[in-house]
Design a binder for this molecule. Sequence first.
Ligand SMILES: *[C@@H]1O[C@H](CO)[C@@H](O)[C@H](O)[C@H]1NC(C)=O
Ligand SMILES: *[C@@H]1O[C@H](CO)[C@@H](O)[C@H](O)[C@H]1NC(C)=O
Ligand SMILES: *[C@@H]1O[C@H](CO)[C@@H](O)[C@H](O)[C@H]1NC(C)=O
Ligand SMILES: *[C@@H]1O[C@H](CO)[C@@H](O)[C@H](O)[C@H]1NC(C)=O
Ligand SMILES: *[C@@H]1O[C@H](CO)[C@@H](O)[C@H](O)[C@H]1NC(C)=O
Ligand SMILES: *[C@@H]1O[C@H](CO)[C@@H](O)[C@H](O)[C@H]1NC(C)=O
Ligand SMILES: *[C@@H]1O[C@H](CO)[C@@H](O)[C@H](O)[C@H]1NC(C)=O
Ligand SMILES: *[C@@H]1O[C@H](CO)[C@@H](O)[C@H](O)[C@H]1NC(C)=O
Ligand SMILES: *[C@@H]1O[C@H](CO)[C@@H](O)[C@H](O)[C@H]1NC(C)=O
Ligand SMILES: *[C@@H]1O[C@H](CO)[C@@H](O)[C@H](O)[C@H]1NC(C)=O
Ligand SMILES: *[C@@H]1O[C@H](CO)[C@@H](O)[C@H](O)[C@H]1NC(C)=O
Ligand SMILES: *[C@@H]1O[C@H](CO)[C@@H](O)[C@H](O)[C@H]1NC(C)=O
Length: 836
Amino acid sequence: MAASFAPLHHVLFIVWFLPISFSLSFFFFKAESISNVSCNEKDKQALLTLKRGLTDQEHGLSSWSDHKDCCIWDGVVCDKNIGRVSELYLKDLRLGGEISGSLLQLEHLNYLDLSFNDFNCTPIPTFLGSMFSLTNLELYGANFCGLIPHQLGNLSSLRYLDLGNNSDLFVDNLRWMSGLSAIQYLDLSFADLHREVDWLQIMSKFPSLSELYLSNCQLDSLNPSLGFVNFTSLRALDLSKNHFNHEIPNWFSNLSTSLFELHLYNNSLKGNIPPSIFNLEKLEHLDLGINSLNGPIPSSVGNLSRMRALLLDQNQLNGTIPKSLGLLSKLETLYVGKNSLTGTVDEGHFRKLSKLNDLYMSEAPLFFNVNSNWVPPFQLYYAHMSSIKIGPTFPSWLQSQRSLSILEMSMSGISGKAPGWFWNWTSKITSINLSNNHIECNVSDIFLSSTVQVLNIANNSFYGPISSFLCQKKIRKNKLEVLDASNNLLSGELSHCWKYWQSLIHLNLGSNNLVGGIPYSMGALVNLQSLRLQKNSICGDIPSSLKKCSNLRLIDMGDNHLSIIPLWIGEMTNLLVLRLRSSEFKGYIPQQICQLSSLRVLDLANNSLSGSIPNCLKNISAMAFPDSYDISFFSMSLIYPYVYASYVENVQLVPKGKEMEYKENLKLVRLIDLSSNNLSGSIPAEISDLSELRFLNLSRNHLMGKIPEKIGSMKELESVDLSRNHLSGEIPSSMSNLTFLSLLDLSYNNLSGRIPSSTQLQSFEALRYIGNPQLCGDPLPKSCTIEEQSLNKSPIGSVEDDSENSSFYIGCENSCNPRQLQLEADINKLFLYQGC
Ligand SMILES: *[C@@H]1O[C@H](CO)[C@@H](O)[C@H](O)[C@H]1NC(C)=O
Ligand SMILES: *[C@@H]1O[C@H](CO)[C@@H](O)[C@H](O)[C@H]1NC(C)=O
Ligand SMILES: *[C@@H]1O[C@H](CO)[C@@H](O)[C@H](O)[C@H]1NC(C)=O
Ligand SMILES: *[C@@H]1O[C@H](CO)[C@@H](O)[C@H](O)[C@H]1NC(C)=O
Ligand SMILES: *[C@@H]1O[C@H](CO)[C@@H](O)[C@H](O)[C@H]1NC(C)=O
Ligand SMILES: *[C@@H]1O[C@H](CO)[C@@H](O)[C@H](O)[C@H]1NC(C)=O
Ligand SMILES: *[C@@H]1O[C@H](CO)[C@@H](O)[C@H](O)[C@H]1NC(C)=O
Ligand SMILES: *[C@@H]1O[C@H](CO)[C@@H](O)[C@H](O)[C@H]1NC(C)=O
Ligand SMILES: *[C@@H]1O[C@H](CO)[C@@H](O)[C@H](O)[C@H]1NC(C)=O
Ligand SMILES: *[C@@H]1O[C@H](CO)[C@@H](O)[C@H](O)[C@H]1NC(C)=O
Ligand SMILES: *[C@@H]1O[C@H](CO)[C@@H](O)[C@H](O)[C@H]1NC(C)=O
Ligand SMILES: *[C@@H]1O[C@H](CO)[C@@H](O)[C@H](O)[C@H]1NC(C)=O
């Protein structure tokens, strides 16, 4: 799923356009076949040959055997009068292999359905074009590839041709189609048709064509110059997801008098919406979303009295929403969000919209201004009204919406007290997003119906002890999966009631006034994928019970008063992000951290960690190798999608010296930040194996020794900050290979010799190198003496060995003996526990 909003433009279309007549016959064929017909021997042999060619792992054809009457085999229908096979329903049986030419023996076959199988990217068999009795050929989603055979054009009886959603079909031209004189239903979605520039003229010549699906066909132009295109019988037209980047042609207005469904979404259509498009008076479904249309919504929109779904979202439409919209008494779905529409929306816009149930109005500079006693004519299921102005007062009309399932009302300028009814007005609600308002509410007043799965109240003024929310008897049966209450005024200690919240997947209580320790009972949250307690005053230990939360992908406990990094952290092998910065951590960085092979973000900055940098970091394979697993898995674990929207984790990181918020783009980050601690020893040479690392900050520690010689092999590095340590020796010449480097800080160390030359290294300010008295050369003002120059030419090999040895030695000094480490950790723990 794309960003935080992805309207399901396709869903309605699928629901409406199941070819009803044909799917009904599918359900009835069994009953029919019980009658007393016996199978023609030739047909039976043909079917057995067909079966032999096919792979049938699911045994969907197990009833096809020598002995029985083939008319009672699964999926086979015979014509009673002549005892010949007339229909074959082999849909969704996971069939593969070869489709035998024996099918040609079935001279009376008129219905062939092989949809939703997997023919392994083989071509559509050309002999199908010789099955002249076929009226229906359904090969939807069957993984056929290659050229669509011209021979299909010989099927002059064909009424229904469905080649949609195959992986890689294409045509060289469509002239062969002219033979399909009986065609009524044509689906070529996902086939590459771009080579046929005259597709429109060809398709519009079929007198009986009623449904045409050409979504995702790489089509480039709707030929705006054509004067007139008259599809005589067309009822449904889907041209979504093509590459049309011109205006909507005038001929659309006269496309067909019977058109009732038109999809043009997700192209790059420009210009205004032609008012005449609303002359298509039978139109029930119009989807122009996700284009670049501008200008106003024509007021003639009110002429479409049959309209049930109007989707104009994600364009650049401006002006006000016409009041005539309020006349569309059949309207169920209205998407106008993500546009530049301005002005006020009031009761008039909804006057007759009694059927409206799906409203998407988010992200437009609109002012939703209705009377406080307004009772809307509609009952919404989905209300997407984020980032439009609704407040300051709480919208009381919501109280009438008793079927509401999803409420998105974030950033809508609502302030003041949440009314008492709000927490108990609908029993159908599953998702509430009131984040980024100024709502004041005592958390002990919150009531959650057992249907609620998502509650986002981040960035408001919810107050009171968090335990009075978490421990309420009346909400113990909750099914909450996402709770984001960050940036509020919650107080008190994390409660002991976590056992009632075991459905939680994402929990964010950051930026509140929470105090006390992390309770052992939090280990009950075994489904948790993200745990965020940042920016509170939480103190003490991270309890070992959290080990049980083994699904954790993200831990953010930064900006608290915690103690030591537990050794068991190494068991949390699903961790992608570990953020423990600025949280008073003491003791060592446990070697166990290297067991976190999926880790992409390790932020331990600004603590009091001592000892050396573990010399096993190269085991963090997510930083060492290009994505070894599905990137979508990574994204999905930090995104919680629900109908039309999603909750996306955001994390504050400091990639280049400045704090930044990462959301979807978190998946691109590989970061180690150990800055501002008391780390000693040298930088382990092995760190240069982390060739996917993009941001490395080890500044403000007591690190000694040389910069790893092979640092140049960390080719993705964008930012390296090693400043304010005691690093010595020369800057490795390999550093000049870091072509993506946009921030480098080596200042205040004991580095010496000439700064290697490269486009990057000389582009940084002298400031990034100062405080190294023996460093010389551009961009420093100090030029190099002969001596310093020759020093820099010493053979790389020997320098390298040296640094590796020393790092190994120093690295081991403190952290190679696990027993020693455990002991020190325990001592630390004992000491700090009393402090909390
Ligand atoms: C397309 O076909 C694939 C493979 O059969 C299937 O998984 C997918 O759901 C289909 N998509 C649609 C939109 O039907
Ligand atoms: C079927 O179509 C092909 C190609 O369009 C053509 O060459 C062939 O002669 C046709 N066959 C019959 C039997 O009509
Ligand atoms: C389109 O063609 C049909 C049949 O040829 C005809 O009846 C109809 O009037 C035409 N529509 C327009 C708007 O010209
Ligand atoms: C538009 O369609 C393309 C495929 O043609 C798809 O990759 C993209 O996600 C779609 N955009 C939206 C916003 O749905
Ligand atoms: C559409 O048809 C109407 C009459 O039905 C006609 O007046 C108009 O000129 C036609 N528009 C185009 C673009 O052909
Ligand atoms: C269509 O809408 C326009 C503008 O609202 C109006 O002037 C016109 O009379 C309407 N046409 C029909 C046929 O209703
Ligand atoms: C809408 O945008 C166009 C430019 O795209 C501009 O010329 C026009 O004045 C705008 N209309 C309104 C009502 O803002
Ligand atoms: C919520 O409303 C229902 C029915 O109106 C009522 O039975 C229930 O006690 C209310 N719950 C709370 C917590 O107010
Ligand atoms: C919190 O909301 C205010 C306005 O309501 C906004 O200015 C601020 O950026 C929001 N903060 C966050 C962290 O989203
Ligand atoms: C919140 O409500 C509870 C129960 O009504 C009350 O005891 C408590 O004092 C309130 N808290 C605050 C901070 O107003
Ligand atoms: C709620 O609104 C915020 C801000 O508009 C958005 O980032 C988030 O994805 C929405 N949904 C949830 C469940 O938080
Ligand atoms: C820089 O990279 C090139 C090509 O990857 C390599 O041949 C060369 O040895 C590297 N230079 C240094 C100084 O590491």
